[in-house]
Design a protein around this ligand. Structure first.
Ligand code: FAD
Length: 394
């Protein structure tokens, strides 16, 4: 079997890359370890930057998102029992779109099927070979049969635990990492969201986030221990703790409903440099992870593959490789700014150390500054809606 670009992983990065390449007439094969049902029901991100919305629309997969997604022009920052609205639209001219990652994945899988190009689910034993030479290839097993896929390039879109980054010898890759001393206990509930906009709540019992996936489904998170045992969190305890952390002087009340999913998400900042190794390109979570406080993970994956698709287009259609050569530097320049923002939001909103009264006062002062200074609010808003993406790296 032969293709131009072998894409490992059918998350947002791999599927969108395939679609952007298809629009340019470039052939690809996608290899995905899980089933279609699994990836289309994996609940994760839900906030799309305005540029991500534009990229998905330009890719021809935005119609349902524009119909069903919720446009948010502001976010709420809550601390000391008072809610403060950051008006994203008036501060930046843009808002964000609430549309679940699993919905983005469904739209992309549908587009892939329509394109008639191959997408193999439930492959295993994937290994990548000779990516330093001119003729890389990928080996994998599908329905028990060993296969070989020859290609020009390999796109490593296989997430944090994938095989592509792991195939590189440690001497070729520099890792930067910060692991946080807490995690998020996340729930999905069949309950109308209690707020029209996301609420980021600082509380001495720990951070909490109110988000949503639709007008009928709430997504809520609680700061918890990294090794939190979900068995100790029956639904009543989750709602009770959430209500305590969202407690407000204006009597705000959560809307409760059946919890349909519960999970613990570790918090990590991580970057692997560089993102190109010969004919292997790492994108999305395969190359970097951000703590979800800034709502950036899926957006970074989308930005990476936009840059890579243009670089591959220049290779095939203009016989130019300068964009492939600058891919890693162009992406990393923006990624590090997004890392900084995600770390900053995380540091400002979470409890790090129960005994550190100084840090708590400092956090409150910082939050107070952010919501009362127009310049500080604008800085948060500019990062939240998404820093400009210049695929040429200018
Ligand atoms: C609870 C939670 C909340 C989040 N909230 C947000 C948010 O609000 N906003 C935001 O922008 N981001 C958020 N994120 C992050 C976001 O979900 C990820 O950054 C995003 O999924 C990255 O996409 P990706 O395509 O790079 O990787 P993935 O989505 O991880 O996709 C990688 C794919 O590769 C497949 N794969 C792995 N190994 C192999 C292999 N060996 N062979 C073949 N296939 C393989 C996997 O099955 C998977 O389908 C959140 C994440 C979590 C966990």
């Amino acid at each position: 079997m032969r293709t131009q670009v072998a894409i490992i992983g059918a998350g947002p990065a791999g599927l969108l890359l395939a679609q952007l390449l298809n629009q340019q007439g470039i052939d690809s094969v996608i290899l995905e370890a899980r089933s279609r049902h699994y990836i289309e029901n994996r609940v994760r991100a839900g906030v799309l930057e305005h540029q991500s919305v534009d990229i998905l629309n330009e890719a021809g997969v935005g119609a349902r998102m524009m119909r069903e997604g919720l446009v948010h022009d502001g976010v709420i920052i809550q601390f000391a029992g008072v809610a403060h609205r950051i008006d994203l639209a008036s501060l930046t001219g843009h808002g964000v779109m609430i549309y679940g990652q699993q919905e983005v994945v469904k739209d992309l899988v549908e587009a892939r099927i329509q394109s008639g190009r191959p997408l193999y689910f439930e492959v295993d034993n994937v290994s990548i070979h000779d990516f330093d030479a001119d003729a890389p290839y990928v080996k994998f097993r599908h329905h028990g049969a060993e296969q070989r896929l020859d290609c020009d390039f390999v796109a490593g879109c296989d997430g944090f635990h994938g095989v592509c980054r792991a195939s590189l010898p440690p001497s070729r890759i520099e890792l930067f990492e910060r692991v946080y001393p807490f995690a998020w206990l996340g729930i999905l509930a069949d309950a109308e969201p209690a707020s029209e906009e996301l609420i980021y709540a600082h509380h001495e019992r720990g951070f909490a986030l109110l988000s949503m996936r639709s007008e009928a489904v709430s997504r809520l998170y609680l700061q918890c221990k990294p090794d939190e045992n979900l068995d100790e969190w029956p639904d009543d305890r989750v709602w009770d703790e959430l209500q305590k952390r969202f407690d407000r002087s204006d009597g705000f009340q959560l809307r409760v409903g059946p919890i349909t999913q519960k999970s613990v998400t570790p918090m990590r900042s991580f970057v692997a440099e560089p993102m190109r190794h010969g004919r292997l390109f790492l994108t999305g979570d395969a190359a970097h992870i951000v703590p979800p406080t800034g709502a950036k993970g899926m957006n970074l994956a989308i930005a990476d593959v936009k840059v890579l698709s243009l670089a591959l287009g220049a290779h095939y259609h203009e016989s130019r490789d300068d964009r492939l050569e600058s891919f890693s530097a162009v992406c990393l320049r923006r990624i590090w700014k997004v890392q900084r923002f995600s770390w900053w939001m995380t540091s400002m909103l979470h409890q790090f150390d129960e005994d550190n009264a100084f840090d708590r006062r400092r956090q409150i002062a910082e939050l107070d500054y952010v919501v009362t200074s127009k310049v500080a609010s604008q800085s948060l808003a500019e990062n939240y809606i998404g820093l400009p993406l210049d695929p040429n790296g200018g």
